[in-house]
Design a binder for this molecule. Structure first.
Ligand code: ZN
Length: 233
């Protein structure tokens, strides 16, 4: 699947689970991250590694020579970004980035990062998260799509009393990345090449497994709707 298909699938599968518009950017960030392992790799991943690697290096130098300037929060954030770029740098196409293991690691890191940045503005934090994982070529096209969906969601949520589900604290940011990521693995499983998502198990997911994943998603959706209905009525 190409970035367009993954963006649409990520939005379609994620929208029922969000409670505020900035989560739209995170759904798409999660849906696009796994493909950092190929065509856009050199362009964005190398730049990201130089940038975040330099920040980590500066932090280490500060720690060694100017400890009073060292900031542990800044160190953790720059190391987290560096890890986000190192994973696709060393990955083969449809390798480690297309696994559930990586889904948990990346959702946690990117979600935590956005959570930290959200003190300034949740929307800008969401846009930054998406920028981290998209190449310039894709970013220019995907941002207008996200902003359009952002506006639609904003209007819908200003009219309804309750979202279906509202994840608290850092999960508000981790879960949407995870759902977007899940949709990418599902989408690639439906293609003839399949997806080796159960690493370290050597078992490839194909169409049949993709349909099972879709069943898991429908089950979760029904669970959320059931909880919502029993809470409200
Ligand atoms: Zn892929």
């Amino acid at each position: 699947m190409m970035w367009k298909g993954h963006t649409i699938l990520g939005l379609a599968m994620g929208l029922p689970f969000i409670s505020s518009p900035e989560q739209v950017f995170l759904l798409v960030a999660g849906a696009l991250y796994p493909d950092l392992d190929h065509d856009v790799k050199t362009e964005i991943v190398n730049r990201g590694i130089y940038l975040s690697g330099s920040l980590v290096l500066i932090n280490i130098l500060l720690y060694l020579f100017k400890p009073s300037y060292f900031n542990i929060g800044f160190f953790i954030v720059s190391t987290a970004v560096l890890i986000l770029y190192l994973i696709p740098y060393f990955a083969n196409h449809r390798g480690i980035t297309h696994t559930f293991l990586c889904m948990f690691v990346v959702s946690t890191i990117l979600g935590f990062l956005t959570y930290k940045l959200s003190v300034f503005s949740p929307t800008i934090a969401g846009i930054i998260a998406l920028s981290i994982v998209s190449s310039e070529k894709i970013l220019g096209k995907v941002i207008p799509i996200c902003i359009f969906v952002w506006i639609v969601i904003y209007l819908i949520f200003s009219g309804v009393e309750y979202p279906l589900i509202d994840f608290p604290g850092v999960y508000h940011y981790i879960v949407p990345v995870g759902i977007g990521y899940f949709s990418h693995i599902l989408g690639d499983s439906l293609t003839p090449a399949g997806c080796n998502a159960l690493y370290p198990l050597n078992y490839k997911l194909y169409r049949r497994e993709g349909i099972i994943l879709m069943g898991v998603w429908i089950f979760l959706l029904l669970l959320v709707i059931y909880n919502f209905v029993s809470r409200v009525y």
